[in-house]
Design a protein around this ligand. Structure first.
Ligand SMILES: NC(=O)C1=CN([C@@H]2O[C@H](COP(=O)(O)OP(=O)(O)OC[C@H]3O[C@@H](n4cnc5c(N)ncnc54)[C@H](OP(=O)(O)O)[C@@H]3O)[C@@H](O)[C@H]2O)C=CC1
Ligand SMILES: N[C@@H](CCC(=O)N[C@@H](CSC=O)C(=O)NCC(=O)O)C(=O)O
Ligand SMILES: [Zn+2]
Ligand SMILES: [Zn+2]
Length: 386
């Protein structure tokens, strides 16, 4: 029986308040309005940004909310005015929207889109309302995606169709961490054959490493305080691994890296979210030309600092969201890279959980041996269609 135009009651993991476990609830998901798409979410990754917002450290974090932004699913129905996806399409929701019409999208200078970001940051769809209700209360939407619900409604600008050849239980991870790291490296101008250092070897850091390998970077140094990450880093293309905890007492990580590389790195990337690490990443850059990119998300109130002299002497500090990738235009190509073996994705799934056990997925993430946990949203294989 078609659910088109009707409210769907389904299961979702609701974050009622900061710092508390998610609660599995029956939620009502209203049908998509004009320019909106309702998606049956089959799988979702858990990203560190979900944990960050749940912790209460996100200045934009508001509750109650349905978190999740690394999902894969199938279009169940569309509102009027939607012509970029259709019922039955396999899709990835995009927390970095792409309307193709706004000043940002037309600038050719950024992947950030101005169309939905203001309402998105308030937990709302572009018309200023939410499609979720639970126990009579409105529940907010997260990053325009809310993939911790079996059904979600997103703006038509926040979704891209991908080939159904890509298994969604893996391809869901392209919705954030892998694309973020791979894009941030491969879209860096002048990166080919350069020296690179990556701070923080999680899902994002490993994806930066595999981008560096694809771009034939001449030296790829991975830095992490967790010794278990050495094996992972080498597998994904690192030529060297440095654990800052193992340095001689009189050496800082910056001094060590500068010595190792005869003056510093051409490019460095922070994938930790720690502002002290961000400073080290900048200062480990080569005088005159080194470029450091901040990817990690820092908690509310945290600020970066360095001596202005570091910039006066030619180092550049920049940042990157969703790897600089324009989701609707570029995601199909990234999925091609995955399917032809250039971009590793399957290797990232170290843990899986059911929706009922999603809180265990958050525990997995903090355990140190987890790259990504994928949550099965609970639809049997025969129901994995619209
Ligand atoms: N800008 C963007 O578009 C995006 C940003 N992010 C952000 O990127 C960051 C990385 O995400 P993800 O890869 O999922 O996170 P992970 O936690 O999996 O990876 C971070 C790694 O950094 C390590 N680490 C922590 N402190 C240090 C330190 N002082 N020096 C070196 N390594 C350190 C951690 O070790 P340990 O586990 O032992 O703490 C961990 O291995 C997060 O802040 C996330 O919010 C994510 C996606 C998109
Ligand atoms: N809400 C936070 C900022 C969070 C943030 O920086 N998000 C990243 C993506 S993290 C994904 O896992 C991002 O893309 N930022 C750009 C954006 O437009 O949100 C805060 O208010 O500090
Ligand atoms: Zn994320
Ligand atoms: Zn736009």
């Amino acid at each position: 029986m078609s659910t088109e135009g009707k409210t769907i009651t389904c299961k979702a993991a609701v974050a009622w308040e900061a710092g508390k476990p998610l609660s599995i609830e029956e939620v009502e998901v209203a049908p998509p309005k004009d320019d909106e798409v309702r998606i049956k979410v089959l799988y979702t990754g858990i990203c560190h940004t979900d944990a960050y917002t749940l912790s209460g450290k996100d200045p934009e974090g508001a509750f109650p909310i349905i978190l999740g932004h690394e999902g894969g699913g199938i279009v169940e129905s569309v509102g009027k005015g939607v012509d970029n996806v259709k019922v039955g399409d396999h899709v990835i929701p995009l927390y970095t929207a792409e309307c193709k019409e706004c000043k940002f999208c037309k600038s050719g200078k950024t992947n950030l889109c101005g169309r939905v970001r203001t309402t998105q940051g308030k937990g709302l769809l572009p018309d200023g309302t939410t499609r979720f209700k639970c126990k009579g209360k409105d529940i907010l939407s997260f990053m325009g995606c809310s993939t911790f619900s079996q059904y979600t409604v997103v703006s038509k600008f926040s979704v891209v169709t991908i080939t159904d050849k890509a298994p969604l239980e893996k391809a869901c991870l392209l919705g954030c961490g892998i694309t973020t790291g791979y894009g941030a490296l491969t879209k860096t101008p002048g990166i080919d054959n350069s020296t690179v250092a990556v701070f923080g070897i999680g899902c994002v850091g490993l994806s930066i490493l595999q981008g560096a390998r694809a771009k034939n970077c001449s030296r790829i140094i991975a830095i992490d305080t967790n010794p278990k990450k050495e094996e992972w880093a080498k597998k994904f293309g690192a030529t060297d691994f440095v654990n800052p905890k193992d340095l001689p007492k009189d050496k800082t990580i910056v001094e060590y890296l500068i010595e190792m590389t005869d003056g510093g790195l051409d490019f460095t990337y922070d994938a930790t979210g720690n502002v002290d690490v961000m400073r080290s990443a900048l200062e480990a850059c080569h005088k005159g030309w080194g470029v450091s990119t901040i990817i990690g998300v820092a908690p509310a109130g945290a600020e970066i600092a360095t001596r202005p002299f570091q910039l006066v002497t030619g180092r550049v500090w920049r940042g990157s969201a969703f790897g600089g990738v324009k989701g609707r235009t570029e995601m199909p190509g990234i999925v091609e890279d995955y399917l032809n073996g250039t971009l590793w994705v399957d290797e990232f799934v170290t843990h899986t959980q059911s929706l009922e056990d999603i809180n265990k997925g958050f525990d997995d993430m903090h355990a140190g041996d987890c790259i990504r946990c994928v949550v099965n949203m609970g639809f049997p294989k025969e129901d994995q269609k619209e």
